[in-house]
Design a protein around this ligand. Structure first.
Ligand code: ZN
Length: 1010
């Protein structure tokens, strides 16, 4: 059947191609534009070319750049490894097959070199493939020397003329990364073929790329996830007509969030790509993704742009993106666009490594089928609608193949590479200028430096923060003497309504002295931009036209690490006496003599690592602060008995913990700190968010069992195995209903997650099941309840707190979504309400925490009470009558009576039981079972620390962390997420304290009123 819309597009495409030819001829006449496409003299691999045509579903889903394959007598085509052409239906190569091909290329062509760039969490190799002319590859080291000088203009004394000389000689490097997102499967084959084309094709267009630049390719970025995805696809091919299991695990720890790690750099793939990008001194990092049709260059995206991005970069994004759209439109390819919904705010994306290191970040979303099937795809209206940025939209319905996807990926890349090559002097100069502008930051926009004071009470966390900066290639200095600078004086700020809205920096300054040993992050260095972006505060206005932030809106690292970071604009800081820091070590070890050891508790995660490492030692926690051995010890400090001094010395030195030896134990009330038996509970719905928790515990060397809701359903006596069950957020698909019921089992087929000869990579070191569909079930809920009632501690977070509350695993906490609240991955301030609780050990009065829309907790003392929600801003005003708002009313004909004073109840408190409620108080929750609030959100005016906050009154002052006794055990509920992307290390101790003090959580609890 003739589809009218399709034939219109076909006609348009013919016109487009014609226009391209006319344009190319005109350009050639002026010796400017090189025509894209096959050179008539170029021999063609006819058989391969025929298959390209066969697997391309519409003539306009290809381009003159990729509709043929150049032939070579010596260099093997991707068919040598794949058994068919790149993008052929039914073929998805494992990473090792892709590597095998790249190494065949390297063997056959002097224009290809393969480099090993590191390994993954599961030990798989990552590679980078350099493709360029023989001469360029021979001169790599010399060229790197030139690029290194442009990358660090201090080496040429910021001399623009010298930079111009280097720019004229240097060969730029364009780095492409494929399939970081494992269900986005097309990039490896597209990049195999791209490498072949670049090495073999002798058309002027390709030759210009090959001779003029170096293309660096990491064909598989998430290698562990790629191999799992290929397993799943093989399973799917072997079970036609059946549902195939969703890709529940990608890398060892996280799935889609592997593209949110470019701030914390906790994953191997981030570290390996970052090291490659920076050591090669590359100009571009171009990351390939698949989602929307057919090619969305979301590099430019939408506002707001990241505030630390150089405007030069913002212009480069636009320049390359629009040229890309234009070139592909001229080829007649529909559905190529830029801008769109993606905002460019968070620097957490892998491509942002380039944006924050003076390069150019780029990202494609092409259209993939999550596998290599050719299928008819029907689009949403928003995807095929024509908009100002999508003038030539995709077709509402079309047959789509992996080859189509490969055609788009390769055509987009080749036009980008060619445009970049043609303008490389401009881009190389920009590369230098962005670095230079990073170095002159102190005297331009500022600040001059960030200072991390030597007297920070949390030297361990301070060191961890500095280590993140070192991974980011930021230079760190340490003051060799005390120094003074002027800092802005803080003063209360007023909002537009005259309402107090926290503090602001004022023009007035005050002198401040930092002690010797303070760390200084100078801003006159080439990578000052990333340090500034991580350490500064973020503000996303609720009035911003962008209403749907793509990701987190706030991330300020000093706040989330609970470490002091001072932003210093006074350039005097740069002349303080300092030395470059070569090695970062948190000071640790034993001082003093005696057989009892004390460690101050300041909420550092290393204490928990120590507890597990010194398994045989008796360790107690002091329930009150004390002085001993000339030092002060806060509540929760460790007192260690019967420990071998040498063992303790070694552990303390390695963990960066200061230990004071004492002759006698201090006379303070204590309870045992135990190496609790911990389980992390996961669903088979989604394993993404809990993956960050597994990673955090692994890095801290805290052992745990990893169990699923299905295991809990089978395990009647959880207490026999575990003291503490952590139930981190489920995130995607994590409703209470889905946690309990799982996925539909009354149709379809079982979906196993198991290692088999057909799926050898699925499980890795994670969990397995013969069917991912069943959930926790009601029996599992009962087992969890019994676990708590018999003395276990269940820790819930965000959606699992909603789960615990709605299923009645505890009494007294109502958890609900805020009605107006909008806190999209923001940093909010919390206050410690009950510092005597072991959960709060080591914390000061306030803590900045990560909050992604709550939930909002409200407390009640009545069983089944609090069905209403007390969501902030509630005021009781008197009814209409005589006098003023605060005066008593009168009653005509009788003397006035004084009403009893109503008790004031704060939003975080459990409302006291009234005498009316107690009259026959069978519904009253017994005092010992009422929730104990550990942390609450700050008052509305102080709530926002970083990011976006709207409707904050919904959650202001409400509990943020609550400890609810239930039977012999506890449910500890979090509204904040204390463990997130390696960025929230300051709040880890809330979880670790719960673990170590699991059987003493009631310590310091004030007796509630009857
Ligand atoms: Zn993606």
């Amino acid at each position: 059947m003739n589809h009218p819309q399709k034939s219109i597009i076909r006609n348009l495409c013919r016109l487009g191609i014609l226009a391209a030819f006319v344009g190319a001829a005109a350009a050639a006449a002026h010796a400017q534009e090189t025509p894209a496409g096959r050179d008539p003299k170029q021999p063609v691999d006819e058989a391969y070319t025929a298959k390209i045509k066969k697997y391309t579903t519409e003539p306009f889903f290809t381009s003159p750049l990729v509709d043929y394959l150049p032939a070579s007598k010596t260099v093997p085509t991707p068919e040598a490894v794949l058994g068919d052409v790149a993008g052929a239906p039914g073929i998805l190569p494992y990473a090792e097959d892709v590597y095998k091909y790249m190494r065949l290329l390297e063997k056959a062509s002097p224009r290809v070199k393969v480099y090993s760039i590191g390994t993954t969490e599961e030990g798989r190799e990552m590679i980078a493939v350099a493709v360029s002319s023989e001469a360029n590859l021979k001169g790599l080291d010399e060229n790197r020397g030139r690029l290194a000088k442009l990358a660090d203009p201090r080496t040429i004394h910021l001399d623009d003329a010298e930079a111009d000389r280097l720019v004229a000689q240097a060969v730029p490097i364009y780095y492409i990364t494929g399939t970081i997102h494992s269900p986005e499967t097309g990039a490896p084959t597209a990049l195999m073929e791209l490498a072949y084309r670049l090495a073999v094709d002798d058309s002027p267009y390709i030759r210009e790329i090959r001779d003029g630049m170096i293309v660096l390719i990491t064909p598989v970025t998430e290698v562990d996830g790629r191999d799992r995805m290929v397993d799943i696809y093989r399973w799917h091919l072997a079970h036609p007509g059946q549902f195939w299991p969703p890709l529940l695990y990608w890398g060892k720890y996280v799935a889609h969030d592997n593209n949110r790690d470019a701030m914390g750099v906790t994953l191997k793939l981030t570290e390996n790509v970052l090291n490659t990008f920076v050591s090669w001194k590359a100009q571009v990092l171009h990351d390939l993704h698949e989602s929307v049709p057919y090619l969305y260059d979301n590099t430019a995206g939408d506002g707001p742009f990241n505030a630390w991005v150089d405007p030069i970069l913002a212009d480069e994004w636009e320049m390359i993106a629009w040229r890309n759209v234009s070139d592909m439109t001229k080829f007649g390819m529909p559905g190529v666009f830029t801008h769109g919904v993606f905002d460019t705010w968070s620097p957490g994306y892998l491509m942002f490594i380039a944006a924050m290191h003076n390069g150019i970040s780029r990202l494609y979303e092409t259209f993939g089928n999550a596998g290599a099937d050719t299928v008819e795809r029907t689009l949403d209206r928003q995807d095929y609608a024509r908009t100002w940025f999508k003038q030539n939209p995709p077709l509402p319905k079309t047959l789509w193949s992996q080859r189509d996807n490969n055609n788009y990926e390769e055509t987009g890349l080749l036009t980008s590479l060619h445009f970049f090559e043609q303008n490389k002097r401009l881009f190389l100069k920009n590369f230098y200028l962005k670095a230079k502008r990073s170095i002159v930051k102190p005297t331009e926009e500022g600040p001059a430096a960030y200072v991390l004071p030597a007297d920070d009470p949390r030297p361990g966390l301070q060191t961890e923060l500095l280590r993140v900066l070192v991974k980011q290639k930021v230079e760190i200095s340490r003051a060799t003497a005390a120094f003074s600078v002027s800092l802005p004086a803080k003063k209360p700020a007023r909002g537009t309504q005259g309402k107090a809205t926290g503090e602001k920096e004022s023009a007035a300054t005050e002198s401040h002295e930092f002690p010797a040993g303070s760390y200084i992050i100078r801003m006159d260095q080439p990578y000052s931009r990333i340090a500034d972006a991580l350490l500064d505060h973020q503000y996303w206005s609720p009035d911003d036209p962008q209403k749907t932030p793509y990701d987190d809106t706030g991330w300020t690292f000093g706040e989330l690490f609970n470490v002091q970071v001072r932003r210093v604009t006074d350039a005097k800081v740069l002349s303080a006496a300092m030395e470059e820091v070569k090695e970062l070590l948190a000071p640790g070890g034993i001082s003093g003599s005696g057989t009892v050891f004390a460690i101050n508790n300041s909420g550092e995660p290393a204490l928990a690592s120590l507890r597990y490492r010194m398994r045989d030692a008796r360790i107690d926690a002091a329930e009150e602060s004390f002085d001993a051995g000339g030092a002060k010890f806060s509540r929760g400090s460790f007192i260690i008995h019967n420990a071998n001094r040498d063992d303790l010395q070694k552990a303390a030195a390695e963990l960066g913990i200061r230990v004071v030896a004492l002759a006698d134990a201090p006379g303070v009330k204590t309870h045992p700190v135990r190496a609790a038996r911990v389980a992390i509970l996961h669903t088979w719905l989604s394993t993404q968010t809990e993956g960050w928790w597994r990673q955090a515990l692994d890095l801290m060397q805290i052992p745990y069992d990893y169990i699923s809701t299905q295991t809990v359903a089978k395990e009647e006596n959880l207490n026999a195995k575990y003291d503490v069950i952590l139930f981190p957020p489920v995130g995607f698909a994590g409703s209470t209903t889905a946690i309990v019921n799982g996925l539909p089992t009354n149709w379809g087929n079982p979906m196993p997650w198991q290692n088999t000869p057909q799926t050898p990579n699925l499980v890795g070191k994670n969990d397995s099941t013969d069917d991912v569909r069943p959930g926790l079930g009601w029996i599992g809920v009962a087992h969890l309840q019994s676990f708590v009632q018999k003395g276990g501690v269940l820790l819930t977070v965000m959606d699992t707190s909603l789960f615990a509350s709605s299923l009645g695993l505890e009494d007294g906490v109502n958890a609900a979504r805020g009605q107006k609240l909008k806190s999209v991955g923001s940093v909010l301030k919390t206050s410690v309400v009950d510092s005597a609780s072991p959960i709060a050990y080591g914390y000061g009065e306030t803590l900045s925490a990560y909050c992604d829309n709550g939930p909002v907790f409200s407390l009640t003392s009545i069983v089944g009470g609090g069905g209403f929600r007390r969501l902030g801003g509630e005021t009781r005003i008197r009814p209409t009558g005589r006098g003023t708002a605060n005066d008593p009313d009168f009653n005509v004909g009788r003397p006035g009576t004084e009403a009893p004073e109503e008790p004031r109840v704060e939003a975080w408190e459990t409302p006291p039981v009234t005498s009316e409620q107690m009259r026959n108080g069978y519904r009253v929750i017994p005092p010992a079972d009422r929730p104990r609030v550990i942390l609450r959100y700050a008052d509305g005016k102080d709530l926002l620390v970083s990011g976006l906050l709207e409707g904050g009154d919904d959650i202001a002052q409400h509990p943020a962390v609550v400890d609810v006794p239930a039977g012999q055990g506890h449910v500890v509920m979090f509204s904040i997420n204390p463990v997130w992307r390696g960025e929230t290390r300051g709040s880890y101790a809330l979880v670790l304290n719960t673990i170590l003090n699991f059987d003493s959580l009631n310590a310091g609890r004030k007796p509630a009123d009857k």
